[in-house]
Design a protein around this ligand. Structure first.
Ligand code: LLH
Ligand code: MG
Length: 384
């Protein structure tokens, strides 16, 4: 099989998510957002797709790197093509990001699955067909009745349990929220949620990401008391030393790294350095499904769990393919938004959840995105 073309279609779709000055998502007024669909096509017919922000998979990235590496090649040679792109990354002056790399590699996996008529999670592992989800809340806000107070978090947690979630992760308040960060508020929100849902729901905290060691230690000890399952990214992840200190001083599992650069290589250093108890990687953050699997297998070899960061078809495929991940991160969730609403450019959700809190993996060929091609064509604003 030979790759003949690599193209991107940018289209608009209605969205009620807005982003604050620090990049955190919150509910907002409905507006038209932009999305890019990457399409890799072959001479023989099969195609592969991946969705991402147009800024990530820009025309320059497609022309200067993706087409140069992919056209004329066998799409099943994923590891070699990924390594070739990684070599281009070094000389790309930061233009070819891990996120762009991930979208290109993800489309190759989608293509392989569609060509072989197999779901990607079966191709890359095939461990399970359903997985428990944790409801991952948006960061706190100052919206009346939103996520503005510990009581708001508690009320929302009760709604999530009624929807079926057996686990909930709080993202608490971060700047530009006027009173954030505030360690005591974070602990009050965690305590209110534990009180609301009782002892049988798993809880996790992903708080402000720039706390000092002292603040992180204080929160971590309170979370131990509240029987939380893990403590995620409470400090800047560039310091693996701070995380080693925190993990050594707390009993609660410390989870990471989520945002640190360096693909699977940096995760290996975190394991060696004992900087975390549970490892972390997401497809977009580490440059693809392949490196995300490498992180999960690395963790497995050290008897560690690897909790996959983020929602979406590619992360769900990895979760379906490995044993050492307990949960799928479903979200981000907010009382003003309906996560179960299907985005306009798809015909169905990629991660439908039943009333017992299990997300069912798609059995469709490829990554299982049920794409509404008519919608995309009608709302296309750019093609390159
Ligand atoms: O700070 C945020 O907005 C969240 O932490 C966000 O990055 C989220 O994706 C996350 O960390 N999930 O685990
Ligand atoms: Mg996180």
């Amino acid at each position: 099989m030979i790759i003949k073309s690599v193209n991107v279609e940018v289209f608009t779709y209605p969205s009620r998510r807005s982003v604050d000055s620090a990049g955190h998502s919150h509910p907002g007024d409905e507006k038209l957002a932009k999305m890019a669909m990457l399409r890799i096509a072959t001479e023989e017919g099969p195609e592969g797709f991946a969705f991402g922000p147009p800024e990530v998979i820009r025309a320059h990235v497609v022309e200067a790197f993706a087409r140069k590496v992919l056209i004329g090649q066998n799409p099943f040679d994923r590891e070699r093509l990924w390594q070739d792109l990684v070599h281009w990354q070094r000389g790309s002056a930061g233009q070819l990001t891990d996120r762009a790399l991930a979208l290109i590699e993800q489309a190759l996996w989608d293509l392989a699955g569609r060509a072989l008529e197999l779901p990607v999670h079966k191709l890359i592992g095939g461990y399970r067909d359903k997985v428990p989800a944790y409801g991952s809340t948006m960061c706190g806000d100052e919206l009346k009745g939103g996520l503005a107070t510990p009581d708001n978090y508690a009320a929302f947690a009760e709604q999530l349990v009624a929807r079926g979630y057996r686990a909930i992760k709080l993202h608490t308040w971060m700047p530009p929220v006027s009173f954030a960060p505030d360690t005591k508020m974070d602990v009050r929100a965690c305590a209110a949620v534990r009180e609301a849902v009782g002892p049988d729901i798993a809880l996790m905290l992903d708080g402000y990401h720039w706390y000092s060691r002292t603040d992180a230690f204080y929160i971590g000890r309170e979370l131990q008391r509240l029987d939380f399952a893990w403590f995620e990214e409470p400090m800047v992840e560039d310091s693996a030393e701070s995380y080693a200190w925190l993990a050594a001083n707390l009993d609660i599992p410390v989870l990471g790294p989520e945002t640190v650069a360096g693909k699977h290589y940096s995760r290996a250093s975190w394991v060696k350095n004992a900087s975390c108890d549970i490892l972390r990687a997401g497809v977009a953050g580490v440059g693809g499904i392949g490196p995300c699997l490498k992180v999960a297998h690395l963790a497995d070899a050290f008897g560690m769990d690897c909790e996959v960061h983020g929602n979406g078809a590619a992360n769900l495929a990895v979760v379906g393919a490995i044993k050492n991940c307990r949960w799928y991160e479903r979200g981000l969730l907010h009382p003003f938004l309906d996560y179960d609403e299907v985005p306009a450019y798809l015909n169905s959700l990629v991660d439908p959840m039943d009333t017992e809190g299990f997300v069912h993996l798609s059995q469709k060929p490829g990554l299982g995105e049920d794409i509404n091609f008519d919608y995309i064509q009608e709302h296309r604003i750019e093609r390159y």
